[in-house]
Every structure is written in structure tokens, then in C-alpha cells.
Design a protein around this ligand. Structure first.
Ligand SMILES: *Cc1c(COP(=O)(O)O)cnc(C)c1O
Length: 369
């Protein structure tokens, strides 16, 4: 069986360093908001080309706190992609604002800048681009719309650490941005973890207070915050892995190029396309076919793991019945949900396994299965 995802090589690359980091934290006697978190925040800010980074307990909290730091709340609207993981929408809902969906460019699956302006109202406060599957959104167009309408940009960079648009890194282009270090993300912790990145000192200061009960000085609370801190252990482990992230990303890009070449020109199979000026770090290698369920079944029978990202778009989730959307309201997001299939791509995927995956897919289409 070829699994959809394996951590074997990634863990193998850093096992010794992880163990010593673990020992160091255990022996330090200090487990929350100490030197390990401070060091990782500095390293990640440097990696991400922002002046500040604040660790959080997870990616959803990072987005919630980023929106809160901008003062976004009840009565406000935030433009979000119709095609995204539901966490992007949930962050908007949790601060009391309303997510306003915009359809994607069907070739790239990311929010279509040409459709944003039609959704802007007097209540719109921000645009939340999501660099889905690892591909950077068309940020220049999004930034110019935001500037024209005086809107904030909050990037959801959970899936695209290290991707770029015209040389600028995801997570460095918005006013304040959130990312996730959920284990399966390109930079994954050993549990939940996330971070907020910004080059605005005031926003950074605000989220540091908000993530820690609304307190800057212990036991003195200036506002109602939450408890959402990156812990010392996760920070220490993330510092070890961050040093290898560029190597692992290069490996993802290499594996994607192999798929792109081997699977091109198969009638009925759509491969990922990249927008001009943007790069893709392949958090997910997603293909599309109207025969998705059959293909997935065939892969399973052939011993190849796969996943669907995501089977139900946010507007059709029970959690969002309050917005009153129905099937057909966001046809592109729905079409993607019905046709998408993510195939294995991770550092350590062997040439042999990748060939088997490719041959299985070719067989499915060419042998007329
Ligand atoms: C993973 C993810 C999140 C949330 O991150 P968690 O750490 O799981 O809370 C947000 N947005 C997107 C697009 C994600 O993929």
C-alpha cells in the first residue's frame, strides 16, 4: 500500500535533532512562552520575510486573532474564496463578521481577482486570499483592489509556506496573515500549532496580547483575549524542521514536475495549472476528473492512497445554513468538490512508488476501466 501521506523520510531526516530539542525543552523546566517560542518566531519571521511572527495554538486561531487585531467584527464583511477549507470562513464567523464568497479561477482553483470588486459593499473590511493546495494567489491584482477600496488583506497561508507571487512570499503580502503548522502541512508540528505573520508592529503587539488572555503584564488584563499560545515543545521541534523546509519544498516541486510530465495529455484528466508570476509548493497535488469516485476506487483497489480536498464546499456545509446558500450558487467551487482527487506527494515518495501511481492512473484512463 502506498499511503496518501508518510512522515517517514521527514522524521528520518531530523530524528536526532528532534530528540535533542525534546530533551532540551523537558530539562528547561519552562513550557509556555519562553526562549524556544521566541527563537522560532524570529526564525519564521526571517524565513517569511516579515518583521514579526507570533506563534499561536493552531492555524484557525491565527486567522481569528489576525482579524481581531484589525478590529474586524460584527457588521463587517470579509471576502473569502468559495473554494477553500472551511477554516478560512470559520475565522471570519468567529469574530462575528460575514464571509462573502468569491469563485475561483477554474484553472488555478484560487480566488478570481476579476470577481472580487462586484462583491465589495460599504460593509467590506478585508479580503482573505487563501493560497490553496500550495499555490500563491494572484496577489498583485488582489492588492490593487484592496488599495483602491481601502481594504485590509489577511492571507490564509496555511497551505503555502514558501510559495511566491512575483518574488514575494505568501504570508508577507497581507497586512497580517495566518499560517498553520498542523502535522500534514508543509511545515508540520507534532500536534497543533500556528502563527501570525506581519510587518506591522502594532498588529503584532495586539495579537501577542490577544493570544495570552488579553494580557501584556501577567494578571493585568487590558482586553478579553483567548488562550492560544504556541508551546515551547512545538516551537523547538518546528525550529529543527524549518531549517529543512526549503529542501523538502524543492522535493515536492520535483515530484510534481514528474507527475505533470507523466500525466499530461490524458483525455479526461485535468492537472494543476499555475498562474503567471506565481509559484506552487504542492502542499496538495490535486487532479480532476468527472470519473473521480471511480478513479479513487481503482486507486484504492490497486494499493494507492488518495484523499478528496474537499468533498463539500463551505457554502453547502450544514454549519453555514444560516447564510441561505443552495446548490448552484457557487458552481465552480461545487464542480471542484465533485471532481477533485489528491494523489500522494510528499518528501520521501520513492521513484518506484511514484511510477506505480502514474501507471495505475494511466491504466484507469487508457485501458478504459
Ligand atoms: C489547515 C488549514 C487551516 C487551519 O489550520 P489548523 O492549524 O488546522 O487550525 C486554515 N486554512 C486552511 C486553508 C488550511 O488548510
Amino acid at each position: 500500500m502506498i499511503p496518501y501521506l508518510s512522515f517517514e523520510k521527514i522524521n528520518g531526516d531530523v530524528r536526532q535533532e528532534l530528540s535533542s530539542a525534546f530533551e532540551r525543552v523537558i530539562n528547561s523546566g519552562w513550557y509556555i512562552l519562553g526562549s524556544e517560542v521566541a527563537a522560532f518566531e524570529k526564525e519564521y519571521a526571517l524565513y517569511n520575510n516579515t518583521t514579526h511572527c507570533a506563534g499561536t495554538a493552531n492555524g484557525l486561531d491565527a486567522l481569528i486573532l489576525a482579524l481581531k487585531a484589525l478590529g474586524i467584527g460584527p457588521g463587517d464583511e470579509v471576502i473569502v474564496p468559495s473554494n477553500t477549507y472551511i477554516a478560512s470562513w470559520l475565522a471570519v464567523s468567529y469574530v462575528g463578521a460575514i464571509p462573502i464568497p468569491v469563485e475561483p479561477v477554474i484553472a488555478t482553483y484560487n480566488i478570481d481577482p476579476a470577481l472580487i470588486e462586484a462583491k465589495i459593499t460599504s460593509a467590506t473590511k478585508a479580503i482573505m486570499p487563501v493560497h490553496l493546495y500550495g499555490q500563491c494567489c494572484e496577489m498583485e491584482a488582489i492588492i490593487s483592489i484592496a488599495q483602491k477600496h481601502n481594504l485590509f488583506i489577511v492571507e490564509d497561508n496555511a497551505q503555502a509556506q514558501g510559495a511566491t507571487c512575483n518574488g514575494k512570499l505568501t504570508g508577507s503580502m497581507g497586512h497580517i496573515n495566518g499560517t498553520s503548522f498542523y502535522p500534514g502541512k508543509n511545515l508540520g508540528a507534532y500536534g497543533d500549532a500556528g502563527a501570525i505573520t506581519t510587518s506591522n508592529e502594532q498588529y503584532d503587539k495586539r495579537v501577542r496580547v490577544l493570544r495570552n488572555y488579553g494580557s501584556e503584564k501577567k494578571y493585568y488584563n487590558q482586553e478579553k483575549g483567548i488562550n492560544s499560545r504556541l508551546d515551547e515543545l512545538q516551537a523547538a521541534l518546528l525550529s529543527v524542521k524549518l531549517k529543512r523546509l526549503n529542501d523538502w519544498t524543492a522535493e515536492r516541486i520535483r515530484l510534481a514536475a514528474v507527475y505533470n510530465e507523466a500525466l499530461k495529455n490524458i483525455p479526461g484528466l485535468i492537472l494543476p495549472a499555475i498562474a503567471e508570476g506565481c509559484t506552487h509548493v504542492y502542499h496538495i497535488y490535486m487532479v480532476r476528473t468527472t470519473r473521480r469516485d471511480e478513479l479513487q476506487q481503482y486507486l484504492t483497489q490497486s494499493g494507492v492512497g488518495s484523499l478528496i480536498h474537499y468533498p463539500v464546499p463551505p457554502h453547502l456545509q450544514n454549519a453555514y445554513t444560516e447564510l441561505g446558500y443552495k446548490k448552484g450558487d457557487f458552481p465552480l467551487a461545487e464542480e471542484i468538490a465533485e471532481t477533485c482527487l489528491s494523489i500522494p506527494l510528499y518528501p520521501g515518495l520513492s521513484q518506484e512508488d511514484q511510477s506505480k501511481i502514474i501507471n495505475t492512473i494511466k491504466n484507469f484512463f487508457q485501458a478504459g476501466i
